[in-house]
Design a protein around this ligand. Structure first.
Ligand code: DAH
Length: 373
């Protein structure tokens, strides 16, 4: 219903009150009838236009009002103006689906309500562990390198001395990207099963000597259980120079473990096999939970299975066959030697924090993760 501005003859307090209340109601009715952006503009101009808008017309009435009524009239007028302006001021949005619905009709803020608490995030325990381990090597002068999680067969296997069809590939439970059959084998894509391919990628880019650590995500086709996850994290290391020996490997890793787990841990190296290192070893640290005794009071120590030792990583001297793949960048196997190692960050975090199920790291339950905040 169209609203026509009043023309007053009676300026009594009660008439003013009623007149302005009517104007306010008319504004509210008019606003409810608005159904589109176009109608909204018309409505806004009807009330707010400088020239002949309703507020302007009422203002003209104010000018004609007798002196004695000015104060009262002015107060009502100001109040109406404020109301109209605040309702119109940027509060209306039409939903974009063309339905003509007001998306937000009256948006009001109750400033007495408590605010929304936005907690500060915290480092994830696995990333925290990984960062701490990386830091230990950075202090020894190592720099950080990284590479792609979706990798080619060449970097994940071939250049690491896993020839096509070699049985050592079976140990890696690889997740292959589908639809790669049309490509040459070395170009086929897969999810990297270890961070070792970054050894090759970095040696292609940087000439020796190099000392690098490589933290990163890897995948394997392992069903999830308390100690396995198809996605997990590794920290890789590589040092190449002239005259690097197994003694350097042992000294470096022994120092790193003491720095990470505490100066009382011992290390033990046992023969192993990896295609890309020769000789290869598994490194154990004395159990930092039971102090190497295999017992916790009268109870058996579970993390070390009562052996007093915990397996932490694989390592070895870089196989000359690996250097052959990057020979042209200064890695002549007759001139340089190096050592490498790789460990699981998730496993170390499990042990370090006494968590008994790796799945907890990946379920995103804030109650669990908050313990590291
Ligand atoms: N890439 C190996 C794995 O995931 C771990 C490893 C062993 C890395 C020995 C190394 C190494 O660099 O020298 O099973």
């Amino acid at each position: 219903m169209a609203y026509t501005v009043f023309k007053l003859t009676d300026y009594s307090a009660s008439t003013l009150l009623k007149t302005f209340a009517d104007a306010k109601l008319a504004f509210g009715d008019g606003m409810r009838e608005v159904k589109s952006e176009a109608e909204w503009k018309v409505f806004r101009d009807l009330w707010m236009a400088r020239k002949n808008g309703i507020l302007t017309q009422i203002n003209d009435q104010f000018k004609k009002a007798p002196k004695e009524a000015k104060r009262e009239f002015g107060q009502h007028l100001n109040e109406l103006k404020q109301y109209v302006e605040s309702e119109i001021d940027g509060r209306h949005k039409f939903s974009e689906d063309g339905s003509g619905q007001l998306a937000v009709q009256f948006e009001s803020v109750d400033i007495s309500l408590p605010g929304v608490r936005r907690p500060i995030g915290a480092e994830h325990p696995v990333i925290k562990t990984s960062n701490e381990m990386v830091r230990v090597f950075q202090k020894l002068g190592y720099s950080v390198a990284d590479g792609p999680v979706v990798e080619t067969d060449y970097y994940n296997f071939e250049a690491l001395n896993f020839p096509p069809n070699h049985p050592a590939r079976d140990t890696q439970d690889t997740l292959f990207i589908s639809g790669q059959e049309g490509k040459a084998q070395r170009e086929r894509l897969l999810l990297r099963t270890h961070t070792s391919p970054v050894q090759i990628r970095t040696m292609e880019k940087m000439r020796p000597p190099i000392r690098i650590v490589i933290p990163g995500t890897v995948h394997r086709n392992d069903p999830a259980d308390a100690s396995h996850s198809p996605m997990f994290h590794q920290i890789e290391g590589l040092a190449v120079d002239t005259n690097i020996t197994f003694g350097d490997l042992k000294g470096t890793l022994d120092h790193a473990m003491k720095e990470f787990f505490g100066s009382s841990v011992k290390t033990s190296f046992r023969p192993s096999f990896f295609p890309f290192t020769e000789p290869s070893a598994e490194m154990f640290v004395s159990c930092f939970i039971c102090g190497g005794s295999g017992k916790r009071g009268a109870e058996p120590c579970r993390p070390c299975k009562q052996t007093g030792w915990i397996e932490i990583l694989g390592c070895g001297m870089v196989d000359p066959n690996v250097f052959e793949f990057v020979k042209d960048n200064g890695y002549d196997p007759r001139k340089v030697s190096g050592f490498a190692f790789g460990m699981g960050a998730d496993r170390i975090a499990l042990l370090k924090y006494g968590v008994d199920d790796i799945q907890l790291f990946f379920q995103g339950d804030v109650r669990f993760l908050q313990q590291w905040a």
